[in-house]
Ligand binder design. Structure first.
Ligand SMILES: Cc1cc2nc3c(=O)[nH]c(=O)nc-3n(C[C@H](O)[C@H](O)[C@H](O)COP(=O)(O)OP(=O)(O)OC[C@H]3O[C@@H](n4cnc5c(N)ncnc54)[C@H](O)[C@@H]3O)c2cc1C
Ligand SMILES: NC(=O)c1ccc[n+]([C@@H]2O[C@H](COP(=O)([O-])OP(=O)(O)OC[C@H]3O[C@@H](n4cnc5c(N)ncnc54)[C@H](O)[C@@H]3O)[C@@H](O)[C@H]2O)c1
Length: 471
């Protein structure tokens, strides 16, 4: 069959970040593209239940609680005394609705056909789409298929999720009140982000994590600072503890841990990992299979074991970020249609929207130490920056890791206001092979938080000079 004999050049399953960008990239190359998804999920988990609602909720929490202004106006400062779930959700709904419109408009103006429903394979080139109504079914064919069906919260079979008190991270957005106490099971990124948001709202939060630590891939100093701040907001951490049972009454929950501890709380939020959305895809008809967490294996170009089928986003597992899924989608489409593409895979930033936020890019101290790469540390504290004082952020810090052999920037770690944006300055310097001297020699706007780069760069170069003079 020639390419033009198919209904479409590309069929994309899923309209999350990976699917959208695969579709738009192919459309920009003049290809005929269809995107299959449920009408109420346009934009994917990212827009509807994941990234966008959680980040908007955080913004609403920061604004309404006046958290970031308390350094300036006192510990009792609040924008609103009684914050209701309605206050939080109205902002979230507004942003989600707008984002859905943006996604739809982008797809439609690129002449991408939206096919409503869920797709499953009939063969490697044919997808059957089941619509919302029984018997509402169409089959479409495509030269290439991109699977971008994402993930859903993993739910342990022994736990009774009831949509009211025992919730997963999708359902937390449907809470009808702000719980006075909350157990968060799993201290991954989702768990810690929600734990810090509820703590900022005044909820007494207990985090239960089976590992001995949290966010083990981040800089330990930064994680320590975050734990200190969260404890200050009355968060209790139970590391090295596993949940065995959650009992529910109409008024409360009791979470039992393997150690025998019992924790009484208004509600329980499970954030214990995610599962790839592949079980309804009839993968075997396409000649594919998923692993036990529903994930698909791909090569460096995001191609699966079947030549015309690609997979991107959460369905292929780590790093499972909206940030990375978009590039994966674009690269998969470019590869399918012979368009050159590359990605700077080694320089992917991590941004964690806790209160306060964390971000890093490049190497950690532990990685450099393990691989015997000599480096010097340069630190800047926000409280010594005029902008830090103006913004009322006295705890933030930026840390640079600089090679002592060639002065190249090896890593940047930021904790505090604007961390997830600031990190990109360091990323750009690293991506272009820049040295710490660029940051020393460059003039930064004053007063800004970006100035932290200059202060940290000077700190690192002063230390390097002292060492060189000694030798
Ligand atoms: C609470 C939370 C917070 C997050 N915060 C961040 C963050 O701050 N930054 C960040 O970068 N990432 C964040 N993420 C991760 C990010 O949301 C995901 O990595 C990203 O959404 C994955 O994109 P995707 O392309 O795989 O598709 P998804 O967004 O997962 O969407 C998949 C889509 O596929 C559709 N689908 C499923 N099966 C089928 C089928 N058979 N046929 C057709 N369509 C189908 C679904 O309906 C869905 O719309 C967060 C996730 C969660 C849950
Ligand atoms: N800011 C961001 O970039 C962002 C935000 C949210 C989510 N995400 C993405 O979403 C993905 C999923 O996040 P997640 O936090 O659900 O998963 P995760 O797998 O990262 O973390 C789950 C945690 O739960 C723990 N756990 C599992 N079962 C447990 C039990 N019974 N008792 C105690 N602890 C238990 C695990 O040890 C693990 O630390 C992440 O991989 C991340 O990429 C990213």
């Amino acid at each position: 069959m020639g390419v033009s004999d198919y209904d479409f050049d590309l069929i994309v399953l899923g309209s999350g970040p990976g699917g959208q960008k695969a579709a738009v990239a192919a459309a920009k190359l003049g290809k005929r593209v269809a995107v299959v998804d449920r009408p109420d999920m346009i934009g994917g988990v990212c827009v509807n239940t994941g990234t966008i609602p959680s980040k908007t909720l955080r913004e609403a929490v920061l604004y309404l609680t006046g958290m970031s202004q308390r350094e300036l106006y006192g510990a009792s400062y609040r924008v609103k005394q009684e914050i209701t779930i309605g206050d939080l959700m109205s902002r979230t709904r507004h942003v989600v609705d707008r984002e859905v419109q943006v996604v739809k408009a982008q797809l439609l103006r690129n002449h991408v056909e939206l096919v409503p429903g869920l797709g499953r394979f009939l063969d490697p080139h044919t997808v059957c789409v089941e619509g919302a109504h029984r018997g509402d079914r169409t089959s479409i064919t495509g030269a290439f298929v991109v699977i971008a069906t994402g993930s859903r919260p993993a739910r342990p079979a022994e736990i009774d999720f009831d949509k009211e008190r025992v919730l997963d991270s999708d359902e937390v957005l449907n809470l009808d009140h702000i719980p006075s106490s909350l157990v968060v099971v799993g201290a991954g990124v989702i768990g810690i982000e929600y734990a810090s948001m509820f703590a900022a709202l005044g909820t007494r939060v207990t985090v239960v994590e089976q590992r001995e630590q949290m966010l083990g891939f981040c800089d330990p100093e930064v994680v320590e600072s975050l734990k200190f701040h969260m404890r200050d907001l009355a968060v209790t951490f139970r590391f090295g503890e596993k949940v065995v049972d959650v009992a529910v009454s109409d008024r409360a929950t009791v979470t039992t841990l393997v150690s025998g501890k019992r924790i009484l709380a208004d509600a329980v939020l499970y954030s214990a990992g995610r599962q790839g959305m592949t079980d309804a895809l009839d993968l075997e008809r396409a000649g594919l299979s998923a692993d036990d967490r529903g994930r698909l294996a791909v090569d460096g170009d995001y191609r699966t074991a079947v030549e015309n089928i690609y997979a991107v986003g959460d369905v292929i597992g780590f790093p499972a970020l909206a940030a990375t899924s978009t590039d994966q989608g674009r690269i998969a489409a470019y590869h399918a249609f012979g368009e050159p593409a590359r990605e700077l895979a080694g320089l992917q930033p991590i941004g964690i929207y806790t209160v306060p936020e964390i971000s890093y890019c490049g190497a950690t101290e532990a990685e450099l130490t393990a691989t015997s790469v000599p480096y010097e540390v340069g630190i800047s504290r926000y409280r010594e920056l005029a902008r830090g004082q103006i913004a009322g952020d006295t705890y933030g810090m930026l840390k640079l890791l600089v090679s002592t052999t060639d002065r190249k920037l090896l890593g940047v770690h930021v904790f505090g206001t604007g961390a997830t944006d600031l990190v990109h300055i360091g990323q750009a310097v690293m991506g272009t092979g820049g040295t710490v001297d660029y940051l020393v020699d460059t003039v930064f706007n004053y007063p800004t938080l970006s100035e932290a780069y200059k202060v940290a760069a000077l700190d690192a170069t002063n230390k390097i000079r002292d060492l060189e003079r000694f030798s």
